[in-house]
Design a protein around this ligand. Sequence first.
Ligand code: NAP
Length: 278
Amino acid sequence: MRQHKFGKAEVPAIGQGTWNMERDGRAEALGAIRRGIDLGMTHIDTAEMYGSGRVEELLGEAIAGRRDRVFLVSKVLPGNASRKGTIAACERSLKRLRTDRLDCYLLHWPGSHPLADTIAAFEQLKAEGKILAWGVSNFDSGELDAALRIAGRGRIACNQVLYHLGERSIEHAVLPWCEREGVAVVAYSPYGSGNFPAAGSAGGKTLACIAAAHKATARQVALAFLARKPSLLAIPKASAMAHVEENAGADKAALTEADIAAIDAAFPRGGRRPLPMI
Ligand code: NAP
């Protein structure tokens, strides 16, 4: 699996999301996460919000005995992100995940607690070894400016944002900002959270044509596009074993400039607008 830079770490370009996994069959979800790890998708994303902690517990079980192979990311809810609240939320997450550290800890989206307090808590957690890095999620360029003013250069490991073929607005300002500052951009909901282009649509046909040339699938082409630069990573969520295996194979679709231009034309990025989130 191709590795992309994530703060000071190197992380597989395609990882695994876990939102809503508590709704899936437990054995199926556990099997999917473990299979994904074995196939190299060791970047795993979760959050205290998911299933109100139940997904972190499930993940704790899935990675028991394999913790050292995983790049584990979780998120604090904005409502908990005060100086003290962030520390307490992280400690609860560590317990549910049955680990002594997170590889990266994110603020889930901008909230009303002063960002300086959240960042101070992140730095304290880092000094204590409870997190190895920290980042943000759903931050538009103005919010990134504010975080950078508080934290200084080289502290923000990533910005996790909505990015899929039908929603490319990060390409206007957020992606260039992050590339300039060396902040990894993690594409969430890379399949549109269940809204992937239909095979018979114009865009679906473009993907199928590129996929055929690479002996890949349309979804693998989509993931390869979303993680086409060293600054980009993607975290599809899959509880079905066949889905995990397909996602892990996205690496084999090495897109050409012409492929990228064709995808660009089929899925236009549209005009500049405020950063969307789901
Ligand atoms: P997604 O990854 O775009 O789509 C997930 C859906 O696609 C599931 O229904 C899954 O089915 C299906 N799927 C996955 N691989 C497939 C394949 N190869 N073929 C066919 N279907 C496939 O949606 P998401 O869960 O919204 O986003 C991914 C992750 O990003 C989340 O799980 C979460 O970790 C993160 N996220 C973060 C934020 C944030 O605010 N920071 C917001 C949203 C999401 P099965 O599960 O049945 O396999």
